[in-house]
Design a protein around this ligand. Structure first.
Ligand SMILES: *Cc1c(COP(=O)(O)O)cnc(C)c1O
Length: 374
């Protein structure tokens, strides 16, 4: 099964992103259990973190999820067509160009500034809205003082009051307790509204962070949310690339742009159909990019249980892997090399490119064939 238009022929794609919807559902159940008495929602913004918003949200709804969070009204409208009954919150809120979609698709804007509040009150015709109170991110949300002012006006009645953690991935960070206290005070002004603070990492902070509704994202997709602890989530996304060409090269030859990789031995090179245009970041190159100046090795793949390092620079559509150490016949044209999944943790692949699982996952998918299993 694929969610792509017929113009993308899965068999012709040279990268494959396999999504395990059963693992996604298990991860949601785990986050729901950790949410205690709070309802567990789901962040499905950015096309379900690159895994496909519609199949992901549909599967989560079957699991019992009712509250979804998207970034903008276009995502919300697309989700509404698939899920007529769900509560869909639009995190970026209300602005002129978004009003028509918000209203037509019964989306709940998360109002993020006094400007957005005023706009929705004048043009939202009394429809449901949520209020974001900033408690330490300085990103979205009214200030706690502005929230207190709004609470004094009985005609303003958000259905949900929320805030967002800045440092929940670092449980001992003092900002966590400060944000919980500031949010508890802000939500007390709106006793009729539900309250929501915790993202994936926030759910791990314990009962004080849970309130009425949680909003996990990355954990549902199998990514790490808390630093320096084993990741308890099941693997959801597996990225593989196909070997297009196998070539032999001699000791002393160079590989890829800039000739930054110089072979120390006669080598076999697997040329694979993935590059930075597919979201496989150039910073994961085996050499010749600024990050490699830090001394970290580049990304690697796994084939037949063996680790195969990226050789030289990742290019737009192609990446070279050193398969010299593989048994003869273990790799052939058409073989698939795993880049993250069961054999390589998403977050380890991300670290090799100097980034985080969130960025690697959301970058996937312009050309890859997505395949779903359950
Ligand atoms: C993206 C997002 C989430 C989900 O965060 P994760 O770290 O992926 O769990 C929750 N709340 C808000 C406001 C977000 O922007």
């Amino acid at each position: 099964m694929t969610d792509r238009p017929p113009s993308l022929m899965p068999a012709a794609a040279t990268t494959r992103l396999a999504i395990d919807l059963g693992a996604l559902a298990a991860n949601w159940r785990q986050m729901a259990a950790r949410s205690g008495r709070a309802r567990c929602g789901a962040a499905v913004k950015a096309d379900g973190y690159g895994t496909g918003m519609i199949p992901v949200a549909g599967r989560l709804e079957r699991e019992g999820c009712r509250d979804f969070f998207v970034a903008d009204a276009n995502e919300g409208a697309a989700l509404r067509r698939a899920l007529p009954e769900a509560r869909i919150h639009v995190l970026n809120g209300a602005f002129d160009g978004a009003m028509a979609l918000l209203v037509a698709h019964d989306l709940i804007p998360v109002l993020n500034s006094m400007h957005q509040v005023a706009l929705w009150r004048s043009a939202g015709a009394g429809r449901a809205c949520a209020l974001h109170v900033d408690t330490g991110m300085n990103r979205l949300g009214v200030t706690p003082a502005e929230a207190a002012g709004l609470a004094a006006d009985p005609s303003f009645r958000p259905v949900l009051v929320m805030s967002h953690f800045a440092c929940a991935d670092t449980p001992a960070h003092p900002l966590n307790a400060a944000q919980i206290a500031a949010f508890a005070a802000a939500r007390a002004h709106f006793p009729q509204a539900e309250a929501s603070l915790a993202n994936s990492a926030g759910i791990h902070l314990g009962a004080d962070a849970l309130f009425d509704l949680t909003r996990p994202g990355i954990a549902l997709y199998g990514g790490e949310s808390v630093n320096d602890t084993p990741n308890p989530m099941a693997v959801v996304a597996t990225l593989k690339t196909r070997v297009l060409v196998l070539r032999e090269a001699r000791a002393g030859d160079s590989v890829s742009y800039g000739a930054t990789a110089r072979l120390g031995r006669d080598s076999r090179i697997a040329v694979c159909g993935i590059g930075y245009a597919d979201g496989f970041h150039r910073s994961g190159s085996g050499s010749g990019v600024p990050l490699r100046g830090t001394g970290l090795p580049g990304a690697h793949g796994i084939i037949a249980g063996e680790r195969v390092p990226v050789l030289g620079r990742v290019t737009m559509d192609l990446t070279m892997f050193d398969v010299t150490d593989l048994a003869p016949g273990a790799v052939e044209p058409g073989s698939w090399i795993e880049l993250f999944g069961p054999a390589i943790a998403l977050d380890d692949a991300a670290r090799a490119a100097g980034t985080i699982g969130y960025e690697l996952l959301t970058a996937m998918g312009r050309r890859s064939a997505r395949e779903y299993r359950d």
